[in-house]
Design a binder for this molecule. Structure first.
Ligand code: HEC
Length: 118
């Protein structure tokens, strides 16, 4: 009796330590996934695949809009949201001493965003 009780306890203990291990690695994996997902704002360049990604507009967009955070997906905002955000981002570029977008670049990016906006 005592014996089987003990071994059950041991089994429970070892399963629960396995679960702890699992939870730990699971959490790390989840965290990594979340960080990757959040890369929309804080991360590395484009793990996000953007529509029509070989077009000049998409290329200008990912060239200019992925140095401080990953390239946001164009369907993330509607057109009015993008108009506001692009001018906000121009301010962020200026604040960090980055070269401003040329008129051509900005026109390409805006046209691209307009086409693929939410
Ligand atoms: C100089 C660095 C920098 C560059 C370059 C930059 N951004 Fe940002 N971006 C930021 C910062 C900082 C934030 C966080 C919000 C804030 O402070 O305005 C942000 C936030 C965003 C967001 C977050 C809103 C959301 O959907 O969660 C979007 C979208 C965005 N930027 C789009 C762009 C686009 C489009 C471009 C290119 C035209 C661009 N960014 C280029 C710095 C930058």
């Amino acid at each position: 009796m005592a014996c089987s009780g003990q071994s059950r306890q041991e089994a429970v203990r070892s399963v629960s330590s396995m679960m702890n291990g699992f939870a730990r690695t699971g959490c790390a994996a989840l965290l990594a996934t979340m960080l990757a997902a959040c890369a929309g704002v804080d991360g590395r360049p484009a793990s996000v695949s953007i529509p029509d990604h070989t077009s000049p507009g998409a290329q200008a967009f990912s060239a200019r809009c992925s140095s401080c955070h990953a390239t946001p997906h164009p369907a993330r905002h509607d057109w009015h949201g993008w108009l506001y955000l692009v001018s906000l981002m121009e301010r962020r570029m200026a604040e960090r001493g980055m070269a401003a977008m040329s008129a051509d670049e900005k026109a390409l990016i805006l046209a691209y965003l307009k086409e693929h906006a939410r």
